[in-house]
Design a protein around this ligand. Structure first.
Ligand code: GLU
Length: 306
């Protein structure tokens, strides 16, 4: 729910929002540590949200496994864990508000019907506008889409610099909810970040192309836009993003210090060699006191160190 106490709104709040589709790997740990240090180094709070909207791919046991791994590595989060799968009513309310603004329309197109469309940066089809002016006779709505305005949306990312996207040309009207009652990541993430009073979003650069969609939704819903920092994504030797499914570069939670040191180095931090012999809490103290976002390499991908 929205913050009630005005003094709370001055506080820095970060979050880590993993999808429980497999065990935590090096790539997710980069986002976990980067988001945590960015919040903690400013004396802020750091919260955890399980993004389990995709019922077909997410499993509660993966979430439990990720949480256990984070704890073994010395992560501590503030407040209650948030599960997206339990927040349907909040997403429904936001969708209702957007509909009242006339920003939503029903769409009957199947994936197959959109298969010939140009592809957006995240691999989804750029919506060709088929149902924008109304459903054709006899067609049934499969999804609700946001009517995207024909203008460029720009923002400054704290790591990647100036980013701009022509939403209509590069993404098109995008899905907010489906007829089966499920909600899209783009809507859920915006509602959750606003309800949680999140001021700093630190996550992988694979989500950079989603950010203009999220900023557009924030503006329509009257939410503040947080600061964004998109970290390089850890890739394997073929330049592919590490995948939880292939168990690429698994995280060794039994050896927290070397594991965290590898992530710090990946993020351009310069931990002294003496930290190899440090305790987990000494390592965390060093990392919080010495975190420098301006040292994070401003590229979208970097090879994982394994
Ligand atoms: N759940 C997303 C992921 O695991 C991250 C979403 C976000 O940080 O906004 O890739």
């Amino acid at each position: 729910m929205a913050l009630q106490n005005p003094s709370e709104s001055l506080l820095v709040r970060g979050r880590f929002a993993p999808s429980p589709t497999g065990p935590l790997h090096f790539g997710s740990l980069v986002a976990a540590l980067g988001s945590c240090l960015q919040a903690r180094s400013q004396g802020g709070l750091w919260t955890l949200r399980v993004e389990d909207l995709d019922a077909a791919r997410c499993r509660p046991e993966y979430a439990q496994d990720m949480l256990a791994t984070l704890e073994r590595l010395g992560f501590a989060w503030d407040g209650e864990l948030l599960w997206q799968s339990r927040r349907g009513p909040r997403y429904a309310a936001a969708l209702g508000r957007l509909a009242e603004l006339g920003a939503v329309f029903p769409c009957a197109c199947s994936r197959r019907e959109l298969a010939d469309s140009q592809l957006a940066p995240d691999g989804a089809a750029v919506y060709p506008g088929t149902c924008r002016a109304g459903l054709a006779e006899g067609r049934r709505a499969r999804a609700s889409r946001l009517r995207v305005p024909g203008e460029r949306l720009a923002f400054v990312d704290a790591v990647q610099g100036h980013v701009s996207q022509d939403l209509a040309a590069e993404v098109g009207d995008f899905v907010l909810a489906r007829a089966d009652g499920s909600y899209a990541y783009q809507l859920a993430v915006v509602v959750d970040d606003a309800d949680g009073g999140i001021t700093e979003i630190v996550r992988g650069a694979d989500l950079l192309a989603s950010t203009p969609r999220q900023i557009l939704l924030q503006r329509l819903l009257g939410y503040a836009t947080p600061r964004y920092a998109h970290l390089p994504v850890a890739v394997d030797a073929d330049g592919e993003k590490l995948s939880k499914q292939t168990l690429a570069c698994p995280v060794d939670a039994a050896r927290p210090v070397p594991t965290l040191l590898a992530v710090l180095r990946f993020l351009g931090q310069e931990p002294p060699a003496s930290l190899v012999d440090a305790s987990v809490s000494e390592l965390w103290n060093w990392a919080i006191a010495n975190w420098r976002l301006d040292r994070v390499p401003f590229c979208r991908q970097l090879p994982a160190p394994c």
